[in-house]
Design a protein around this ligand. Sequence first.
Ligand code: XMP
Length: 548
Amino acid sequence: MEDQGQAKKQKLSDESQVKISTLYDTILILDFGSQYSHLITRRIREVGVYCELLPCTQKIKDLDFKPKGVILSGSPYSITDADAPHVDPEVFNLGVPVLGICYGLQEISRVKGCGVTGLSRKSEYGFAQLKVVQSNFPHANELFAGIQDLTQVWMSHGDHIDNLPKDFEIIGSTETSGFAAIAHCTDPVYGIQFHPEVTHSVEGKTILQNFVKLICHCDSNWTMDSFVDKEIERIRKVVGENGSVVGAVSGGVDSTVAAVLMKRAIGDRFHAVLVDNGVMRMNECEQVKESLGSQLGINLRVVDAADLFLDKLANVKDPETKRKIIGNTFIEVFEKEAHIIDEECQNSGTGKINFLLQGTLYPDVIESISFKGPSATIKSHHNVGGLLADMRLELIEPLRELFKDEVRALGSILGVPDDLVWRHPFPGPGIAIRVLGEVTREQVKIARHADYIYIEEIKKANLYRSISQAYAALLPVRSVGVMGDCRTYEQVIALRAVETTDFMTADWFDIPVPVLKRISNRILNEVDGVNRVVYDISSKPPATIEWE
Ligand code: XMP
């Protein structure tokens, strides 16, 4: 049943989208499963060209846009594996340039007649010097235009070709790889054995830029400035003149930016709901009300459900049970409010709610369309299951083509205040998973207060933007201390601060000792019930960012 619900939701979601790829020059990246595939997407967008990553199993006849060029990614497979994924050969009949990276080069070689015997298994991992070889065919030289004859590249491959496919020539070699870069003599088809998308390849970004701009002739018009107008127009078209939208906001950057876009597009026909679950940060509810409601003018209502959440959390210690309770209670409260809004809209003759806003980002989309199958790691918080199923709402996801840094840039353009744009991520279950063990009102108060001081001091020390995420956790232990002439037996605060780009791996952040001293002093002096502060120096893995 749940699968059917998901499939239906996905379908509704697809139907409600007018594709961005039909509005911009678009490069199609076919993903063969390399850990670097999403980086190709990042690099190309960084040079202002829109691109989309689709699974390598994509049939060209089913594409709903015409790409200006195609890139075949790397892969963890060996091309000689029986179950190795293969490209639809129609890619080469599209009449647009093709670039194969690593496994992609081998796929080109395979399709172009350098059979499997032309590949040999010899792994190579690490830096190499690429020697650029000039060609007599001008188009073949365009890939490395403006690049020094000798440049550092990053290799990471098991197979390599040891025969040139018919009508191809060498345009680059390394000491160990005679065919490190090849190009077709007449057609704009290129293959490179190294990875231009990783920053270790010094000229990697230039190579990708040459491909998309010089070779594919893409306009570099993918900017958040241009996105704003197109997206607002798209939302208006999708929602229609009388449609209304409901969406939850949390004060985080994604839901805030999505809400501001909706406000710009359809004004007060967008109804934002903030559910106060009693485990948000200190003063956060008031701040969100002030910034989203008063400053940004969003039609916002706040539902005070703190007691409901905290009562349900009583006596619960298990982290996953806490998550489930919070997730389910959120759905219950939000659904009730959405029905009230719907009724109000109908009574006042302003139409009916027919869309649900979600702040889905591109990494979630990439993860869910991976040809290796949807990942099981999507957090239950994001997976809102049967939310509002009985209202038959369609999903509207204005950020589904964007990476986090693009969302931030968009937020700034839309006038979202800096402190919201750069806010550290905050988990859906909030402070409930930062109060280890049982979540009581008193424990939440202690954790909140310590967290507030910690963040305030990090901001004062100008470290907030360098740290990816920081928070204070309240540990479920007591330790002995001394205050004045008296023995104390009180609780412990653990400070966590990490640096990360993807939140999948993370390093602990090196906060200068004088700053740590100030934080610890203030917490010990100002927060009742705490007599010890510790600093968490664990990286992820093996630890996770949250303690629960
Ligand atoms: P971990 O603890 O898995 O956290 O290293 C990685 C990132 O995910 C956030 N996180 C959550 N976000 N619901 C959320 O919305 C959750 O249940 C949840 N658990 C962890 C965490 O804050 C970090 O940014």
